[in-house]
Design a protein around this ligand. Structure first.
Ligand SMILES: C[S@@+](CC[C@H](N)C(=O)[O-])C[C@H]1O[C@@H](n2cnc3c(N)ncnc32)[C@H](O)[C@@H]1O
Length: 423
Protein backbone atom coordinates (compact mmCIF):
# COMPACT_ATOMS: atom_id res chain seq x y z
CA UNK A 1 0.00 0.00 0.00
CA UNK A 2 1.26 3.50 -0.79
CA UNK A 3 2.49 5.33 2.35
CA UNK A 4 -0.08 8.10 1.79
CA UNK A 5 -2.95 5.60 1.61
CA UNK A 6 -1.69 3.72 4.67
CA UNK A 7 -1.45 6.92 6.71
CA UNK A 8 -4.98 7.85 5.60
CA UNK A 9 -6.24 4.43 6.70
CA UNK A 10 -4.44 4.83 10.06
CA UNK A 11 -6.05 8.28 10.52
CA UNK A 12 -9.49 6.85 9.85
CA UNK A 13 -8.98 4.06 12.38
CA UNK A 14 -7.66 6.57 14.93
CA UNK A 15 -10.78 8.71 14.34
CA UNK A 16 -13.05 5.73 14.97
CA UNK A 17 -11.29 4.56 18.15
CA UNK A 18 -11.07 8.05 19.67
CA UNK A 19 -14.86 8.19 19.77
CA UNK A 20 -14.60 5.68 22.63
CA UNK A 21 -18.07 4.33 21.91
CA UNK A 22 -16.82 0.71 21.71
CA UNK A 23 -13.71 -1.13 22.96
CA UNK A 24 -10.72 -0.41 20.72
CA UNK A 25 -10.05 -4.08 19.95
CA UNK A 26 -13.63 -4.48 18.68
CA UNK A 27 -13.34 -1.38 16.47
CA UNK A 28 -10.01 -2.55 15.02
CA UNK A 29 -11.33 -6.08 14.31
CA UNK A 30 -14.44 -4.69 12.66
CA UNK A 31 -12.40 -2.30 10.50
CA UNK A 32 -10.24 -5.20 9.30
CA UNK A 33 -13.33 -7.31 8.56
CA UNK A 34 -14.73 -4.44 6.49
CA UNK A 35 -11.40 -3.94 4.65
CA UNK A 36 -10.42 -7.47 3.74
CA UNK A 37 -7.83 -6.29 1.18
CA UNK A 38 -5.45 -5.10 3.92
CA UNK A 39 -2.36 -7.32 4.22
CA UNK A 40 -0.87 -8.57 7.52
CA UNK A 41 1.85 -5.90 7.59
CA UNK A 42 -0.61 -3.09 6.93
CA UNK A 43 -2.88 -4.43 9.64
CA UNK A 44 0.02 -4.59 12.10
CA UNK A 45 1.03 -0.98 11.30
CA UNK A 46 -2.53 0.25 11.69
CA UNK A 47 -3.24 -1.60 14.92
CA UNK A 48 0.06 -0.57 16.53
CA UNK A 49 -0.44 3.05 15.44
CA UNK A 50 -3.88 3.14 17.03
CA UNK A 51 -2.60 1.53 20.23
CA UNK A 52 0.30 3.99 20.45
CA UNK A 53 -2.14 6.88 20.10
CA UNK A 54 -4.31 5.40 22.86
CA UNK A 55 -1.29 4.82 25.13
CA UNK A 56 0.11 8.32 24.68
CA UNK A 57 -3.08 10.25 24.09
CA UNK A 58 -2.41 12.91 26.69
CA UNK A 59 1.02 13.69 25.22
CA UNK A 60 -0.29 13.67 21.66
CA UNK A 61 -3.24 15.91 22.62
CA UNK A 62 -0.62 18.33 23.92
CA UNK A 63 1.55 18.19 20.77
CA UNK A 64 -1.19 18.04 18.13
CA UNK A 65 -2.54 21.64 18.32
CA UNK A 66 0.73 23.07 16.90
CA UNK A 67 0.20 21.07 13.67
CA UNK A 68 -2.32 21.47 10.87
CA UNK A 69 -4.89 19.27 9.13
CA UNK A 70 -7.44 16.93 10.74
CA UNK A 71 -6.62 16.09 14.36
CA UNK A 72 -6.83 12.33 13.83
CA UNK A 73 -4.20 12.61 11.08
CA UNK A 74 -1.87 14.52 13.41
CA UNK A 75 -2.39 11.87 16.12
CA UNK A 76 -1.74 9.09 13.58
CA UNK A 77 1.49 10.80 12.46
CA UNK A 78 2.71 11.09 16.06
CA UNK A 79 1.88 7.47 16.81
CA UNK A 80 2.82 6.00 13.43
CA UNK A 81 4.30 2.53 13.83
CA UNK A 82 6.87 2.13 11.09
CA UNK A 83 10.10 3.49 9.67
CA UNK A 84 10.47 7.27 9.89
CA UNK A 85 11.42 7.67 6.20
CA UNK A 86 8.34 5.66 5.14
CA UNK A 87 6.12 7.95 7.23
CA UNK A 88 7.83 11.09 5.96
CA UNK A 89 7.19 10.07 2.35
CA UNK A 90 3.46 10.45 3.15
CA UNK A 91 3.78 13.93 4.69
CA UNK A 92 3.64 17.48 3.33
CA UNK A 93 6.66 19.75 3.98
CA UNK A 94 4.66 21.56 6.65
CA UNK A 95 3.89 18.28 8.40
CA UNK A 96 7.53 17.20 8.22
CA UNK A 97 8.62 20.44 9.92
CA UNK A 98 5.99 20.01 12.59
CA UNK A 99 7.02 16.38 13.20
CA UNK A 100 10.68 17.50 13.50
CA UNK A 101 9.69 19.99 16.18
CA UNK A 102 7.64 17.35 18.05
CA UNK A 103 10.47 14.82 17.95
CA UNK A 104 12.87 17.40 19.41
CA UNK A 105 10.76 17.92 22.54
CA UNK A 106 12.80 16.74 25.54
CA UNK A 107 10.63 14.53 27.81
CA UNK A 108 12.26 16.25 30.80
CA UNK A 109 10.57 19.51 29.73
CA UNK A 110 7.11 17.92 29.68
CA UNK A 111 4.54 18.15 32.44
CA UNK A 112 4.08 14.97 34.45
CA UNK A 113 0.66 14.24 32.93
CA UNK A 114 2.19 14.25 29.45
CA UNK A 115 4.79 11.73 30.56
CA UNK A 116 2.55 9.24 32.39
CA UNK A 117 -0.46 9.52 30.04
CA UNK A 118 -2.88 8.42 32.74
CA UNK A 119 -6.13 10.08 33.84
CA UNK A 120 -5.69 11.97 37.14
CA UNK A 121 -8.10 9.76 39.09
CA UNK A 122 -5.86 6.75 38.39
CA UNK A 123 -2.52 8.38 39.24
CA UNK A 124 -2.82 8.79 43.00
CA UNK A 125 -3.99 5.25 43.83
CA UNK A 126 -1.02 3.90 41.84
CA UNK A 127 1.50 6.26 43.44
CA UNK A 128 0.10 5.45 46.89
CA UNK A 129 0.75 1.77 46.29
CA UNK A 130 4.00 1.92 44.36
CA UNK A 131 5.91 5.04 45.35
CA UNK A 132 8.96 5.31 43.08
CA UNK A 133 7.86 2.20 41.21
CA UNK A 134 5.06 4.24 39.66
CA UNK A 135 7.30 5.16 36.71
CA UNK A 136 8.44 1.59 35.91
CA UNK A 137 4.72 0.65 35.89
CA UNK A 138 3.97 3.52 33.47
CA UNK A 139 6.82 2.29 31.29
CA UNK A 140 5.47 -1.27 31.22
CA UNK A 141 1.90 -0.10 30.45
CA UNK A 142 3.36 1.63 27.38
CA UNK A 143 5.26 -1.38 26.14
CA UNK A 144 2.50 -3.77 25.20
CA UNK A 145 2.01 -7.27 26.58
CA UNK A 146 4.01 -10.41 25.86
CA UNK A 147 2.52 -13.69 24.70
CA UNK A 148 2.02 -16.56 27.17
CA UNK A 149 0.50 -19.97 26.56
CA UNK A 150 -1.09 -22.39 29.00
CA UNK A 151 -0.29 -25.96 28.13
CA UNK A 152 -3.35 -28.19 28.50
CA UNK A 153 -1.71 -30.82 30.68
CA UNK A 154 -4.78 -33.03 30.29
CA UNK A 155 -3.53 -33.58 26.73
CA UNK A 156 0.16 -32.72 26.55
CA UNK A 157 3.34 -32.09 28.51
CA UNK A 158 4.85 -28.62 28.59
CA UNK A 159 8.23 -29.85 27.33
CA UNK A 160 6.60 -31.62 24.37
CA UNK A 161 4.63 -28.52 23.33
CA UNK A 162 7.83 -26.51 23.67
CA UNK A 163 9.57 -28.98 21.34
CA UNK A 164 6.79 -29.00 18.76
CA UNK A 165 6.83 -25.19 18.66
CA UNK A 166 10.63 -25.18 18.36
CA UNK A 167 10.29 -27.45 15.30
CA UNK A 168 8.26 -24.63 13.72
CA UNK A 169 10.94 -22.07 14.62
CA UNK A 170 8.87 -20.67 17.51
CA UNK A 171 10.95 -20.02 20.62
CA UNK A 172 9.13 -20.73 23.88
CA UNK A 173 10.50 -20.83 27.43
CA UNK A 174 8.78 -22.03 30.62
CA UNK A 175 7.11 -19.19 32.56
CA UNK A 176 8.74 -18.46 35.95
CA UNK A 177 5.74 -19.19 38.22
CA UNK A 178 3.05 -21.23 36.48
CA UNK A 179 3.93 -24.90 35.85
CA UNK A 180 1.61 -24.84 32.81
CA UNK A 181 3.00 -21.74 31.12
CA UNK A 182 5.22 -21.08 28.11
CA UNK A 183 6.40 -17.58 27.21
CA UNK A 184 6.73 -16.99 23.48
CA UNK A 185 9.28 -14.74 21.81
CA UNK A 186 7.58 -12.26 19.44
CA UNK A 187 4.00 -12.64 18.23
CA UNK A 188 3.94 -15.63 15.87
CA UNK A 189 0.58 -16.87 14.54
CA UNK A 190 -0.19 -19.90 16.68
CA UNK A 191 -3.77 -20.87 15.93
CA UNK A 192 -2.87 -22.67 12.71
CA UNK A 193 -0.31 -24.90 14.44
CA UNK A 194 -1.23 -28.55 14.83
CA UNK A 195 -0.53 -28.46 18.56
CA UNK A 196 -3.11 -25.68 18.96
CA UNK A 197 -5.70 -27.46 16.85
CA UNK A 198 -5.15 -30.63 18.89
CA UNK A 199 -6.03 -28.59 22.00
CA UNK A 200 -2.57 -28.86 23.55
CA UNK A 201 -2.41 -25.16 24.49
CA UNK A 202 -4.37 -21.91 24.74
CA UNK A 203 -3.11 -18.35 24.82
CA UNK A 204 -3.32 -17.17 28.44
CA UNK A 205 -1.39 -14.66 30.52
CA UNK A 206 0.67 -16.32 33.26
CA UNK A 207 -1.24 -14.25 35.83
CA UNK A 208 -4.55 -15.78 34.76
CA UNK A 209 -3.00 -19.23 35.08
CA UNK A 210 -2.04 -18.47 38.68
CA UNK A 211 -5.61 -17.40 39.48
CA UNK A 212 -6.93 -20.74 38.22
CA UNK A 213 -4.23 -22.55 40.23
CA UNK A 214 -5.35 -20.83 43.46
CA UNK A 215 -8.65 -22.66 43.27
CA UNK A 216 -6.68 -25.94 43.49
CA UNK A 217 -9.63 -27.93 42.10
CA UNK A 218 -9.35 -31.68 42.52
CA UNK A 219 -10.68 -34.76 40.71
CA UNK A 220 -14.38 -35.55 41.18
CA UNK A 221 -15.24 -32.27 42.91
CA UNK A 222 -18.18 -29.93 42.30
CA UNK A 223 -16.72 -26.62 41.15
CA UNK A 224 -18.18 -23.34 39.87
CA UNK A 225 -16.42 -20.76 37.70
CA UNK A 226 -18.91 -18.00 38.42
CA UNK A 227 -17.82 -15.40 35.85
CA UNK A 228 -16.49 -17.77 33.22
CA UNK A 229 -16.63 -15.48 30.18
CA UNK A 230 -15.05 -17.24 27.21
CA UNK A 231 -13.69 -19.85 29.61
CA UNK A 232 -9.96 -19.14 29.79
CA UNK A 233 -9.76 -20.11 33.45
CA UNK A 234 -12.52 -22.71 33.15
CA UNK A 235 -10.28 -24.73 30.83
CA UNK A 236 -7.37 -24.57 33.27
CA UNK A 237 -9.62 -25.66 36.16
CA UNK A 238 -11.24 -28.45 34.11
CA UNK A 239 -7.81 -29.82 33.19
CA UNK A 240 -6.71 -29.68 36.85
CA UNK A 241 -9.81 -31.82 37.61
CA UNK A 242 -8.63 -34.26 34.90
CA UNK A 243 -12.01 -33.96 33.18
CA UNK A 244 -13.78 -35.56 36.17
CA UNK A 245 -16.41 -34.23 38.59
CA UNK A 246 -18.62 -31.30 37.54
CA UNK A 247 -17.45 -27.85 36.62
CA UNK A 248 -20.20 -25.27 36.07
CA UNK A 249 -19.20 -22.31 33.90
CA UNK A 250 -21.63 -19.49 34.65
CA UNK A 251 -21.78 -16.08 33.02
CA UNK A 252 -24.44 -13.47 32.33
CA UNK A 253 -23.19 -13.15 28.75
CA UNK A 254 -24.47 -16.01 26.57
CA UNK A 255 -22.31 -14.60 23.75
CA UNK A 256 -19.10 -15.04 25.73
CA UNK A 257 -20.10 -18.57 26.75
CA UNK A 258 -20.68 -19.32 23.06
CA UNK A 259 -17.07 -18.47 22.27
CA UNK A 260 -16.14 -21.05 24.88
CA UNK A 261 -17.63 -23.93 22.83
CA UNK A 262 -14.83 -24.38 20.24
CA UNK A 263 -12.25 -24.04 23.00
CA UNK A 264 -13.96 -26.71 25.06
CA UNK A 265 -14.14 -28.99 22.00
CA UNK A 266 -10.39 -28.63 21.39
CA UNK A 267 -9.54 -29.15 25.07
CA UNK A 268 -11.01 -32.65 25.25
CA UNK A 269 -12.70 -31.82 28.59
CA UNK A 270 -16.08 -33.41 29.21
CA UNK A 271 -16.65 -32.18 32.78
CA UNK A 272 -17.57 -28.57 31.93
CA UNK A 273 -21.20 -27.43 31.96
CA UNK A 274 -21.62 -23.88 30.65
CA UNK A 275 -24.82 -22.06 31.61
CA UNK A 276 -25.98 -18.49 31.07
CA UNK A 277 -27.45 -16.93 34.22
CA UNK A 278 -29.65 -13.82 34.34
CA UNK A 279 -27.81 -12.29 37.30
CA UNK A 280 -25.90 -13.42 40.39
CA UNK A 281 -29.12 -14.37 42.25
CA UNK A 282 -30.37 -16.59 39.42
CA UNK A 283 -32.30 -19.73 40.44
CA UNK A 284 -29.51 -21.91 39.08
CA UNK A 285 -27.21 -20.33 41.65
CA UNK A 286 -29.72 -20.76 44.46
CA UNK A 287 -30.24 -24.44 43.61
CA UNK A 288 -26.54 -25.08 44.22
CA UNK A 289 -26.56 -23.48 47.65
CA UNK A 290 -24.21 -25.31 50.04
CA UNK A 291 -23.33 -27.98 47.45
CA UNK A 292 -20.08 -26.76 45.88
CA UNK A 293 -16.47 -27.58 46.83
CA UNK A 294 -14.80 -24.62 45.12
CA UNK A 295 -15.98 -21.35 43.61
CA UNK A 296 -13.94 -18.95 41.52
CA UNK A 297 -15.28 -15.41 41.19
CA UNK A 298 -13.23 -13.86 38.40
CA UNK A 299 -15.23 -10.69 38.78
CA UNK A 300 -16.10 -8.11 36.14
CA UNK A 301 -13.78 -5.17 36.81
CA UNK A 302 -12.39 -1.98 35.29
CA UNK A 303 -9.51 -3.93 33.73
CA UNK A 304 -6.99 -1.37 35.01
CA UNK A 305 -4.40 -4.15 35.24
CA UNK A 306 -4.65 -4.81 31.51
CA UNK A 307 -3.63 -1.40 30.15
CA UNK A 308 -0.74 -3.00 28.23
CA UNK A 309 -3.36 -4.73 26.06
CA UNK A 310 -6.34 -2.41 26.43
CA UNK A 311 -4.99 1.14 26.72
CA UNK A 312 -8.38 2.60 25.75
CA UNK A 313 -9.86 1.42 29.07
CA UNK A 314 -8.14 4.22 31.00
CA UNK A 315 -10.00 6.80 28.87
CA UNK A 316 -13.33 4.96 29.00
CA UNK A 317 -13.40 4.55 32.78
CA UNK A 318 -14.00 6.99 35.65
CA UNK A 319 -14.13 7.06 39.47
CA UNK A 320 -17.93 6.71 39.25
CA UNK A 321 -17.42 3.64 37.07
CA UNK A 322 -15.05 2.17 39.69
CA UNK A 323 -17.65 2.70 42.43
CA UNK A 324 -20.37 1.04 40.32
CA UNK A 325 -18.04 -1.87 39.63
CA UNK A 326 -17.24 -2.26 43.34
CA UNK A 327 -20.97 -2.52 44.18
CA UNK A 328 -21.40 -5.20 41.51
CA UNK A 329 -18.32 -7.12 42.71
CA UNK A 330 -19.59 -7.10 46.30
CA UNK A 331 -22.98 -8.45 45.21
CA UNK A 332 -21.50 -11.18 42.99
CA UNK A 333 -19.02 -12.35 45.63
CA UNK A 334 -21.69 -12.48 48.33
CA UNK A 335 -24.10 -14.46 46.15
CA UNK A 336 -21.46 -16.84 44.80
CA UNK A 337 -20.18 -17.60 48.32
CA UNK A 338 -23.57 -19.07 49.25
CA UNK A 339 -22.91 -22.06 47.00
CA UNK A 340 -19.97 -23.31 49.08
CA UNK A 341 -20.23 -26.31 51.33
CA UNK A 342 -18.46 -26.45 54.66
CA UNK A 343 -14.68 -26.67 54.13
CA UNK A 344 -15.03 -25.36 50.56
CA UNK A 345 -12.70 -22.82 48.94
CA UNK A 346 -13.65 -19.41 47.57
CA UNK A 347 -11.36 -17.37 45.31
CA UNK A 348 -12.11 -13.74 44.40
CA UNK A 349 -10.02 -12.29 41.57
CA UNK A 350 -9.80 -9.22 39.34
CA UNK A 351 -7.53 -7.90 36.61
CA UNK A 352 -7.52 -4.48 38.27
CA UNK A 353 -4.79 -2.74 40.26
CA UNK A 354 -7.21 -0.53 42.21
CA UNK A 355 -7.66 -1.24 45.96
CA UNK A 356 -11.34 -0.23 45.66
CA UNK A 357 -11.95 -3.36 43.53
CA UNK A 358 -9.54 -5.58 45.44
CA UNK A 359 -8.51 -5.28 49.09
CA UNK A 360 -11.59 -3.18 49.93
CA UNK A 361 -13.95 -5.85 48.55
CA UNK A 362 -12.04 -8.70 50.21
CA UNK A 363 -11.90 -7.00 53.62
CA UNK A 364 -15.60 -6.09 53.54
CA UNK A 365 -16.45 -9.70 52.61
CA UNK A 366 -14.37 -11.08 55.50
CA UNK A 367 -16.02 -8.70 57.96
CA UNK A 368 -19.54 -9.52 56.77
CA UNK A 369 -18.92 -13.29 56.62
CA UNK A 370 -17.25 -14.63 59.79
CA UNK A 371 -17.96 -18.17 58.56
CA UNK A 372 -15.25 -17.65 55.92
CA UNK A 373 -11.60 -17.79 57.01
CA UNK A 374 -9.14 -15.88 54.83
CA UNK A 375 -6.20 -18.05 53.70
CA UNK A 376 -2.93 -16.19 53.13
CA UNK A 377 -2.29 -16.44 49.40
CA UNK A 378 1.49 -16.65 49.93
CA UNK A 379 0.95 -19.86 51.91
CA UNK A 380 -1.51 -21.27 49.35
CA UNK A 381 0.97 -20.65 46.52
CA UNK A 382 3.84 -22.16 48.51
CA UNK A 383 1.74 -25.29 49.10
CA UNK A 384 1.15 -25.37 45.34
CA UNK A 385 4.97 -25.32 44.93
CA UNK A 386 5.01 -21.99 43.10
CA UNK A 387 8.57 -20.64 43.26
CA UNK A 388 9.20 -17.33 45.03
CA UNK A 389 5.55 -17.23 46.06
CA UNK A 390 6.20 -14.46 48.60
CA UNK A 391 7.25 -12.05 45.84
CA UNK A 392 3.83 -12.38 44.20
CA UNK A 393 1.91 -11.26 47.28
CA UNK A 394 1.06 -8.16 49.30
CA UNK A 395 -1.14 -7.11 52.21
CA UNK A 396 -1.61 -8.32 55.78
CA UNK A 397 1.05 -8.12 58.48
CA UNK A 398 3.55 -10.28 56.61
CA UNK A 399 2.70 -9.05 53.10
CA UNK A 400 1.32 -12.49 52.15
CA UNK A 401 -2.43 -11.93 52.39
CA UNK A 402 -3.29 -11.41 48.72
CA UNK A 403 -1.98 -12.18 45.26
CA UNK A 404 -0.83 -8.89 43.76
CA UNK A 405 0.72 -9.14 40.30
CA UNK A 406 2.15 -6.12 38.46
CA UNK A 407 3.29 -5.86 34.83
CA UNK A 408 6.62 -4.19 35.70
CA UNK A 409 7.46 -6.71 38.45
CA UNK A 410 6.10 -9.98 37.14
CA UNK A 411 5.69 -9.47 33.37
CA UNK A 412 2.00 -10.37 33.73
CA UNK A 413 -1.08 -8.19 33.65
CA UNK A 414 -2.03 -6.59 36.97
CA UNK A 415 -4.01 -9.15 38.97
CA UNK A 416 -5.46 -9.48 42.46
CA UNK A 417 -6.75 -12.54 44.29
CA UNK A 418 -8.02 -13.36 47.76
CA UNK A 419 -8.78 -16.88 49.04
CA UNK A 420 -11.11 -18.08 51.82
CA UNK A 421 -12.13 -21.39 53.29
CA UNK A 422 -15.66 -21.86 54.53
CA UNK A 423 -15.67 -23.06 58.12
C1 LIG B 1 -13.12 -10.88 34.05
S1 LIG B 1 -14.37 -11.45 33.01
C2 LIG B 1 -14.16 -13.19 33.09
C3 LIG B 1 -13.02 -13.76 32.29
C4 LIG B 1 -12.97 -15.26 32.31
N1 LIG B 1 -13.03 -15.82 33.64
C5 LIG B 1 -11.73 -15.81 31.62
O1 LIG B 1 -10.83 -16.33 32.27
O2 LIG B 1 -11.66 -15.69 30.40
C6 LIG B 1 -15.82 -11.19 33.96
C7 LIG B 1 -17.07 -11.85 33.43
O3 LIG B 1 -18.11 -11.63 34.37
C8 LIG B 1 -19.32 -11.67 33.67
N2 LIG B 1 -20.36 -11.12 34.54
C9 LIG B 1 -20.76 -9.84 34.70
N3 LIG B 1 -21.73 -9.75 35.63
C10 LIG B 1 -21.95 -11.01 36.09
C11 LIG B 1 -22.83 -11.57 37.05
N4 LIG B 1 -23.68 -10.81 37.74
N5 LIG B 1 -22.79 -12.90 37.25
C12 LIG B 1 -21.92 -13.69 36.55
N6 LIG B 1 -21.06 -13.21 35.62
C13 LIG B 1 -21.07 -11.89 35.39
C14 LIG B 1 -19.02 -10.89 32.40
O4 LIG B 1 -19.92 -11.21 31.37
C15 LIG B 1 -17.58 -11.33 32.10
O5 LIG B 1 -17.56 -12.37 31.17
Amino acid sequence: MHPKALLEACSELVRLTLKFDHPADAIVSRFFRDHRGLGPRERATMAETVYTVLRKKQLFDHLAPSGSGPKERRMAILGFYGPDDFLRSALTDQEKNWLDACQKVDPKDLMERHRHNLPEWLVQPLKDQLGAEFWPLVESFNQGAGLDLRVNDFKAKRADVQKSLAALGIKAVPTPYSPWGLRIAGKPALNKTEAFMRGEFEVQDEGSQLLAMLLDAKRSEMVVDFCAGAGGKTLAIGAAMRSTGRLYAFDTSAGRLDSFKPRQARSGLSNVHPAAIAHERDDRVKRLSGKIDRVLVDAPCTGMGTLRRNPDLKWRQSLEGVAEMAAKQTAILQSASKMLKSGGRLVYATCSVLPQENEDIAKAFSEANPDFVALPVGQVLTELKVENAATLCAGGEDGQAYLRLWPHRHATDGFFAAVWQKK
